[in-house]
Design a binder for this molecule. Structure first.
Ligand SMILES: [Zn+2]
Length: 287
């Protein structure tokens, strides 16, 4: 049994064990989408396992804040810009073999919410944001009820077959979630994802997002709806959960600084379509 582990990636030719923490540690440095080359001497009786993650979304800030350029530069270096002009720009968080890593849009996505520390009416905001992203991506989301689990990195699955709801969205703070701990006061929300897949003997990699956790900073006194609202923040973070990265176009909701818009913009919507049902199902061999 041969097991190799790189900084960013677990390649395990013999078992279905995956280690998400290695990828998350890398993503904490602002590097997303990193995939190590195949282990040349791996003894393989089947596809090698690959895994990774994205986030945290440290750069999503209030208007007027300066973007943390070191993080956005690192992320931008690996992002694929689907379009570069004005209102149609979008990026993907992670690209494998030329395709964005995304959920299988042909499988319902179950989600749960922790609204115990959020604003009154917060759950309705989350439900509306999920419905919006579901409609724009052609994905089906199944709400399974509230939870008291904190939205932190520990919620993310460590293997592709996790049985609990793979998406958790909730309000918390730096003391309650490692996603917000130590972040600047200007940070509104953070998203991390985990993806799992395989690398076939011919080197082809295919993976699917299997988990996402969204931590909204409850200490930010935002209104529920309208510009600069929890609704806008939730839509932005759900864009990350679906596989989108930040864009330089400040008019898009996927900009790193919250723009004064109430909904996902043309570029955001174009990107969501690319990671959605219209791009076909995602089938990971052996998963
Ligand atoms: Zn963001």
């Amino acid at each position: 049994m041969t097991e190799r582990q790189s900084m960013s990636l677990t390649v395990n030719a013999a078992r279905r064990t995956v280690v998400a923490t290695a990828a998350l540690a890398l993503s904490a440095l602002g590097v997303v989408g990193a995939v190590a080359p195949a282990v040349a001497d791996a003894v393989s009786s089947g596809p090698a396992q690959v895994s990774g993650g994205t986030g945290p979304d440290a750069a999503f800030k209030r208007i007027g804040e300066v973007t943390r350029t070191s993080r956005t530069a690192a992320a931008g270096a690996l992002a694929v810009r689907g379009a570069t002009t004005g209102s149609t720009s979008y990026t993907f968080s992670t690209v494998l073999d030329g395709s964005p890593v995304r959920w299988d849009p042909c499988t319902p996505i179950r989600w749960t919410a922790n609204v115990s520390r959020g604003p009154a009416g917060g759950l309705d905001v989350l439900k509306a944001a999920v419905a919006r992203v579901g409609a724009l991506t052609g994905t089906t989301w199944q709400y399974v009820g509230t939870t008291t689990t904190q939205p932190d990195a520990g919620y993310l699955p460590t293997r592709a077959q996790a049985q609990y709801p793979p998406v958790l969205i909730g309000w918390t703070d730096g003391a309650g979630s490692d996603l917000l701990a130590g972040q600047a006061r200007s940070v509104l929300g953070m998203t991390r994802t985990a993806w799992f897949g395989v690398q076939t003997p011919d080197g082809k990699k295919i993976a699917a997002t299997r988990g996402a956790v969204i931590a909204l900073d409850r200490t930010d006194p935002l209104p529920l709806k309208g510009a600069n609202s929890w609704s806008a923040v939730a839509l932005h973070e759900l864009g990350h959960a679906m596989g989108l990265g930040h864009v330089g176009d400040r008019t898009q909701l996927m900009a790193s600084i919250l723009p004064a818009v109430t909904d996902l913009q043309a570029g955001d919507r174009a990107g969501l379509a690319k990671v959605g049902r219209s791009s076909g199902c995602v089938t990971v061999p052996g998963a």
